[in-house]
Design a protein around this ligand. Sequence first.
Ligand code: GTP
Length: 788
Amino acid sequence: MTTTEQTTANGSISTEGSISTTNWDQDTKLIPRLQLVDEDQKFTQVLPDYMNQWGLGEAGFKYNVVAVFGSQSTGKSTLLNGLFGTSFDVMDETQRSQTTKGIWISRGRGMHVLVMDVEGTDGRERGEDQDFERKSALFSMATSEVIILNLWEHQVGLYQGANMGLLKTVFEVNLQLFQHTQTSKEKTLLLIVIRDHVGSTPLENLAKTLQNDLEKIWAGLSKPEGLENCKIHDYFDFMYTGLPHKILLPEKFNEEVANLRQRFNDPQNANFVFRPEYHKRIPADGYHIYASGIWDKILTNKDLDLPTQQELLAQYRCDEIAQAAFDIFATHLQAFKQPILEKGQTLADLGAQMQTIRKEAMDSFDKNASRYHQGVYQKKRQDMLTKLNTQLNVYFVGQLKNLHKKAITLFDTTLKQELKKASYNFSEVVATSLNQATDVFLTGAKEMVLDDTDWSYTHELAILEEEFDQVSTKARADEFKKMSKALTKQVENELSEPVTIALNDPQPNTWHKIIEAYKTTVENGQATLSKKAKSFNSTEEELEESLLGLKREAWLVLRKKVDEELADTMLLLKLRSQFEEKFRYDDHGLPRVWKPEDDIDTYFKHARDDTLKLIPLFAKIDLKEDEGFEIESNEDFDFKQSLTILSEAKQIDITNRFKRESDAFYLEAKRSVVATTAKIPMWLGGVILALGWNEFMAVIRSPIYLILFILLIAGGYVVYVLNLWGPIERVLTVVAGEVTRIAKERVIEGVDMIRDQQQQQRQQMVSKVGSSSRDEVEMDSLRKDKDE
Ligand SMILES: Nc1nc2c(ncn2[C@@H]2O[C@H](COP(=O)(O)OP(=O)(O)OP(=O)(O)O)[C@@H](O)[C@H]2O)c(=O)[nH]1
């Protein structure tokens, strides 16, 4: 036999019948019973343990509850034991005193049914105190889906009898339970069992009589406000059954009891009693809370209505279940690699992991909590989800931050790497690196955004994009700087030679030539810049700014070169060479040999004046042939000022220094005239020839002298031609030095030898004369030494 549990579309649970975990015949062990409420009206603390012992702890909705009501000693316990295989106490025939005190509970054999044996309602033992009867009725109605009403046949029709009082109580408490519920009232099944049914009056007739009496009782009840017109069938369904006399017809009795059991145990039975609509929808794991809560309310005489109780139970249980689920969740969360996140690393599958542990927790919550009041469950579910999301959000934020860092680093490194390559297009490299880094961030971020959250990475993405922008702007600036540097170098190379040439050959149009060279160079540079600027995605304004920058930069390079060329020493060199050109060389470029008749003073004056005229030419960049040429100035660059090369003071200084230098040339020229004038006169040659005529003839006539003379002349010629005079001179010097050294050594050796001989002679003399005259001899000897 099976029972199915289904969650319907609106979330409510429907159950079909009870469930047998074991077969009736196999469930032979004594099923423990429990006094739920004792004589002192105290509710038991151990119900959860018993629920587990009975195997109902995890039954969910797959269990049913039945309670029995009736007068004392009407065979209620006997009936329950027969129907459900329980072991409730049965009265000893001989005593005839009340056996069942309070409320007992047990599980039905072979079925998931909680069976409650409620103390009889005669009040004989408790006197006329109807208090417990009302309380137990209220409790049974609130917790059970089927109430068995136990009546003797002979009591039927006795409208004023004790049973009728009991029924009145049942109806009243039922109305109390649902007083706040105008709609969807839960129904309870009243199964009226007529005991010792002899059969003379058919069951139908007895049922009719009883039904009439019940209607009458119902009509006589004072209904709560709003429920004045409610009908008995709004709250109750009725079933009637009769049982033969147990003592007189025991076999028949047992047979009928077995038949009746089928109505509790077999969902296929036409008169199956545990129909889903009677189910109280209290999940088994919350039954003890619910039941004890109801009893507590009853004892304290507080307003008791079932829907509120069910909501309260749902809240309590949902909190408990949520806490249990959260504890498991927290354990998983602890195992999370938070240190990795703290170290700035990212977890590849963080999103999936978060999803898994959240799902696990939510599934665990849903499994148990979804059986409770739907409104409460949904609210608690939302709370739970929010709580879990808040916990996980820490990881989301941490990972997002790390992804941010990762993306920025990736962008930076990729960009740098790509820019190191031999050729690249800057804007393309930036775009590729940007896509790559953004992709890393977005993939990681998207993977982490869980359903049912308002998590967003847009803010972080916006910040990231800003940072990307900063990095690429910096890279662009660096690249631009690099390019500008290369261009400056190019400009420097291109300008260097023309400037040097132009300044070394100063002409009136020197500056024009230099400006022309500058213009050509700048044009070339600007063409390169314009071409490269495209790859930087530069705007028109940026490009214009860069072109102007290049112009200024190139001008500064030019100025630097000019400054180098016209630095004091260089300038003096240039002036001197110009002066020499004019003073020491003639119009054909041949060196002048000054003669006494030459007008050195005039030459000198002209040359010096012409040279001095160059100083004002060098002093300022002249733009008269380049009218309109100008470079826009700014706070760091003043074009007008940059045209001045030499200040007034500098010009005077250079003029003076040059004058001093040129004076030296003048003196030198004068001296060279004197030297030419001081030559050996011609007549002296005649004298030498006359005096040396005999020696000349001797040489001519002697073949040996002649050969020696010729050899001497030839040797002299070879030495002259091969320029060997230097080495020969060195050799002669070395030889002479060596000869001198050897001679000196020989002289020193000779002197030392003489000194040694004299020393020996003195010693011999001393030994002869004796020690008294030793000093004298010594002095004498010293004197001799000195003389020597
Ligand atoms: N005449 C008759 N006697 C029965 C029947 N069933 C049980 N008895 C007897 O009635 C007596 C009381 O039986 P219980 O089962 O203890 O009755 P009860 O209603 O549980 O009694 P309390 O728990 O004390 O209220 C016992 O002596 C039973 O043998 C029956 O069907 N007919």
